[in-house]
Design a protein around this ligand. Sequence first.
Ligand SMILES: [Mn+2]
Length: 243
Amino acid sequence: MQLPIYFISDIHLMLKSSQDEHVKIQKLFQFFDFVSKSGGTLIIGGDLFDFYYEYPYVIPKQYFEVYTQIYQLQKSGIEVHYLLGNHDYWTMDFLSNKLNMIIHEDDMDFEINGKKFHLTHGDGLLSWERGYRTVKTILRHKFFIWLFRWLHPTIGYRFAEWVASRSRHFEHSEEHNEKVRKELMRVATPVIENGIDYFLTGHYHQHTEEKIGNGTLIILGEWIKTFSYAVFDGEKLELRKFS
Ligand SMILES: [Mn+2]
């Protein structure tokens, strides 16, 4: 991986156009432009799309501009990694074969300049998410994915939109965020004690940095209101807002 390494997560590109969506996409393209000028690597930590399900011959058309921008970014020499989230797990070969994204179905572990990274999307990590962990296993099961394919795409997508809209808690109280933060620190501690320098997670839609012993927990934030990203320059990792 080339330095610097950029991390973003939870962009939640929507299936319907709107003014907010337009602003978000323009901002995202400016960010891609910024990354392409600096060179390096872009790692997307999941939930780039609010819903993505690919069929053997069919891809969602709403994200056309995003596909072309990622294609350009990759053409400009940026390696683009994509760790799939709970909203966009159901990819096939389009993103890897046509856009040359490097797809990761599971957590990523890598080492650069003697620093060890662990990146996870983060859904299902919390102690009170036991029920969700079962749901996650089903949704990612080959049989479920195969079964979903036989729904007509219009029905499949409408159903998924309905589910996504029900699980969409983009705004949380500070009290809730604090509880999640404490829990993620508990989860990250043994990983960091095992020698990881940076434990990065998406999904929780808050951007925070917490020191744990010799390591750091980074919650990446989102691209709905905050537009946050992390960057590793080879020595240190910083959490920033894109403006
Ligand atoms: Mn998520």
